[in-house]
Design a protein around this ligand. Structure first.
Ligand code: ADP
Ligand code: ZN
Ligand code: ZN
Length: 672
């Protein structure tokens, strides 16, 4: 009797076996999509992972495959199945979780149906005939160094300053790979840039380019997936995080732009994978080369480069020999004391903005907080409005007239008076992008401004419109969160203002300085990209922090050394591998007991000095669920696969004992 093992799109461990009726047998191969019954009366599209001939004693125990999707070729390749197994193991989730993240939703529809085809809008935009710009001698040297490095190691890190022309180098190397008959995967961080960049790539690659970004519809995603399996796959895919799951037939090069970006890591739901790291594994399986590019490397990648795991290529000059922007530090603590600040603006920043407008140039203002103010406070009794479901204060959104929880999204009306003492004037504390825009309107009424943050980019195409207006100089000053730091390339931006470095620097996380360095250096890199040197005004209350000086001098190596000394001392990556364990539940008591039990069991498996917690994380309750966190720091010598199977077993045992009932547990491997 022919049986098949299938992978279901459900968060369940293991595969499930079904009988394959003879009438369906000729159409089924490993990787085929089949429809199977599961549970009382549900049906799912599942992926065949094995076909086997076996005698079955008790036929009643097994159900039959209902139908096979009429795909010209199996929808999933054997390489992909191998990858999914690896991801599930490494990131401590199920293969079903991976399947759901990987396969576009229409391909998982649990019924046979004609799939709607997307109109190939992108393709209609025509052929490429355009050659990419000729590389400058410095760029050529970097490209040659990369080609040479690949003869020794498959992964290379290109550390090139902002606006050094890394994109042009990627394009040349992608053309190399395609000329050799190989395919290219070009990864960019979520939301970032895909419009500006896809226009740039479209000019060179024309119809050979497929774009797999966050705004693609599910049907467009399914189209790209199937096209990759056809005899006319795209030569190059420009994609965000999830494009690492696409099938490739002859992958030759993976480019990971802005490799330091933490949006490459999926936070929720499982699989909590890091697309950069998965891409390196994908490339390894395909014998492809990898190019990591950035002006501000992650400490992990730079460490790999310095220790010889990756090659390192430096590119230190900007294209067109423009000098790196001057970064001026402004001590706003001092200015505040002397009452010389206009709201959030120092005289120096305001002056620079005025001059910019007079010269007909543009500016970018960066503050990594959206909304008007991160907190409201009663000036009389100190009452602060908090979310009823989460353990956080609410952010004031003035235009909406609402208080919004940034963790669960719940919106509340701003109370007319303090419920504790009746005071009617609640005071906004702290600085968000909305407040900056309002202050700016009062200070520089002639400036045309736009805001780029999560609130202004909800509508489809809103992101593109805001960037387009800025590119065409219909707006003068762009105010935004980390979104404005991501690789934007505008010709007329001469000033960047970093409104307040301190919220980033004081964030309680071992990566906060790394992140702050990256954000500040990246946003600084948005100005002075063409003819004239740019100016960055960096406002801070802690001007003497070493990281501020390193940003100012573009001194990444010293920054790296200082940070890694600290990481080594306290046992953080890249010197250990971290696994976080989160427990969530409504019942505080049960949660506390369970997390202490979890901890004591971990102590029997691992060196107790390598186990930390349980602790309540910075935000210890979200959407009504309280949270505890345990942390494992594993030495590099400790086999990750052994640790993982121990953790799985422990979770299994605790579940079997009923110790975790009413709680949800998840693991986060290599947390960001
Ligand atoms: P990076 O990715 O390193 O920040 P980009 O690749 O975006 O830099 O290059 C910055 C700007 O300089 C872009 O507008 C790009 O078109 C231009 N540029 C870079 N290299 C060249 C070149 N060799 N010829 C013409 N223009 C170039
Ligand atoms: Zn009050
Ligand atoms: Zn909330």
């Amino acid at each position: 009797m022919t049986l098949v093992d299938v992978l279901l799109p459900l968060p369940l461990e293991g595969k499930f076996t079904y009988i394959l009726p003879p009438a369906l047998a000729i159409d089924v191969r490993v990787g085929s999509r089949v429809i199977v019954p599961f549970g009382a009366k549900r049906q799912y599209t599942a992926i065949v992972t094995a076909i086997k001939e076996e005698d079955v004693d008790d036929l009643k125990k097994l159900k039959e495959v209902i139908a096979v999707h009429p795909d010209p070729a199996p929808a999933v390749t054997p390489d992909q199945l191998t990858l999914w197994t690896w991801i599930a193991d490494y990131y401590l989730c199920t293969e079903g979780d991976v399947l759901r993240a990987a396969l576009p939703a229409p391909l998982l529809h649990p019924a046979l149906r004609k799939r709607p085809r997307s109109k190939r809008k992108a393709d209609a935009q025509g052929e490429s005939t355009t050659l990419p710009p000729t590389l400058t001698p410095a760029q050529q040297q970097a490209a040659d160094a990369l080609r040479e490095a690949w003869t020794r190691r498959p992964v290379a890190l290109l550390h090139g300053v902002t606006s050094s022309g890394k994109t042009e180098i990627y394009i040349h190397l992608a053309l190399d790979a395609i000329a050799q008959g190989r395919q290219v995967l070009y990864l960019v961080p979520e939301i970032a840039l895909t419009t500006q960049l896809s226009d740039r790539l479209r000019r060179v690659f024309g119809e050979r380019l497929g774009v797999y970004h966050s705004r693609c519809t599910d049907v467009q995603r399914a189209d790209i997936w199937l096209r990759q399996l056809s005899d006319q796959p795209y030569d190059i895919i420009l994609g965000v995080r999830s494009s690492v799951f696409l099938p490739f037939q002859r992958l030759g090069l993976v480019i990971i732009d802005e490799e330091h970006e933490n949006t490459y890591k999926q936070q929720d739901p499982a699989p909590r994978y890091h697309a950069r790291d998965v891409a390196v594994v994908v490339a390894h399986h395909a014998h492809a080369r990898v190019l990591l590019g950035t002006a501000t490397p992650s400490l992990e990648s730079y460490h790999n480069a310095l220790t010889g795991k990756y090659s390192l290529v430096n590119l230190k000059e900007r294209w067109g020999a423009v000098l790196m922007p001057v970064i001026e530090i402004v001590d706003i603590r001092d200015l505040r004391r002397k009452h010389r600040m206009s709201g959030s603006f120092s005289p120096r920043l305001l002056g620079a903005l005025r001059e910019t407008l007079e010269r007909g140039e543009q500016a970018i203002l960066f503050q990594n907080r959206r909304g008007y103010a991160p907190m409201m406070e009663c000036p009389v009794c100190g009452w602060v409005p908090r979310c009823a479901k989460c353990d956080v204060s609410l952010t004031y959104h003035r235009r909406l007239g609402q208080l919004v929880c940034h963790y669960c999204g719940t919106a509340y009306r701003l109370p007319d008076a303090c419920p504790a003492c009746g005071e009617t004037h609640l005071k906004p504390l702290g600085l968000g992008t909305e407040r900056i825009e309002e202050e700016l309107h009062a200070l520089l009424p002639e400036a045309r401004t736009a805001r780029l943050d999560l609130d202004t980019t909800q509508a489809r195409d809103a992101y593109e419109h805001i960037l387009d207006d800025f590119a065409c100089h219909r707006t003068d000053i762009l105010i935004g969160t980390q979104m404005v730091s991501k690789g934007l390339d505008f010709a007329h931006v001469s000033v960047v203002g970093i409104m307040n470095a301190d919220t980033m620097l004081n964030y309680p996380d071992f990566r906060s300085h790394e992140r702050a360095y990256q954000l500040m250096a990246q946003v600084a890199g948005r100005c002075g990209r063409r003819d004239r040197q740019g100016l960055v005004i960096l406002q801070t209350k802690t001007a003497d922090m070493p990281v501020v000086a390193h940003v100012r001098h573009y001194d990444y190596p010293t920054f790296y050394t200082e940070q890694t000394d600290e990481r080594q001392l306290f046992g953080y990556p890249p010197f250990t591998r971290l696994i976080f364990i989160y427990l969530r539940g409504r019942d505080e008591r049960r949660l506390t007991d369970a997390s202490h039990l979890f901890r004591s069991r971990l102590d029997t498996l691992f060196n107790p000095t390598r186990v930390l917690g349980p602790e309540a994380p910075a935000v210890a309750r979200v959407s009504g669920l309280s949270i505890r966190k345990l942390m494992l720091k594993l030495e590099p010598s400790y086999s990750p696969s052994v640790a993982r199977s121990q953790l799985r077993q422990l979770l299994h045992d605790l579940n079997a004992e009923g110790a975790l009932s009413g709680l949800t547990i998840h693991f986060d491997a290599d947390p960001m």
